[in-house]
Design a protein around this ligand. Sequence first.
Ligand SMILES: NC(=O)c1ccc[n+]([C@@H]2O[C@H](COP(=O)([O-])OP(=O)(O)OC[C@H]3O[C@@H](n4cnc5c(N)ncnc54)[C@H](O)[C@@H]3O)[C@@H](O)[C@H]2O)c1
Length: 144
Amino acid sequence: MTRPCFDVRDAVVVITGGTGGIGSATARELLRRGAKVAVLDLHPDTARIAERMSADSAIGVVADVRDRASLDRAVAEVVDRFGGIDVAIANAGILSRSATLRTTSASSIPSTPAWTRSSPAAANSCSSVPYSPSSTAWAPSPTP
Ligand SMILES: NC(=O)c1ccc[n+]([C@@H]2O[C@H](COP(=O)([O-])OP(=O)(O)OC[C@H]3O[C@@H](n4cnc5c(N)ncnc54)[C@H](O)[C@@H]3O)[C@@H](O)[C@H]2O)c1
């Protein structure tokens, strides 16, 4: 199976829960691929954690995804630093606190994107697709 890989160079990506396990790994991979990354998290050291990821290409802002005003402030800070936002990854608080894929029933996550069900081999097998700010196909279904 071949899936598209998006070229994220210079895309500004916001990731919530970006100091946690999956969030920080995703942030680091996006930075490795040339994206600018805004890490939003409850963690009080979020700014310092993001700076350690990349002083030039990452920004960390303390924000609570349950609090609209806090998100508005964080977005304003990100836009001020990077000039806009191209992609938002809603990673924080998507399942209950202790949940993992092993302990979560499939029926409780009916909209799980296809990529979370891909094997590691499939994840590494993809063809390059140029990043486009107007693209709406950020998490596409695998091509047959
Ligand atoms: N680890 C797994 O196996 C697994 C599987 C499926 C889904 N998930 C989900 O993926 C997400 C990330 O998982 P993880 O293992 O990296 O978790 P994690 O606990 O390592 O990281 C979660 C991060 O989200 C932050 N956070 C929590 N509530 C927040 C809020 N209200 N506002 C902003 N930030 C908040 C935390 O401070 C933490 O840094 C979680 O929502 C989890 O439920 C995890």
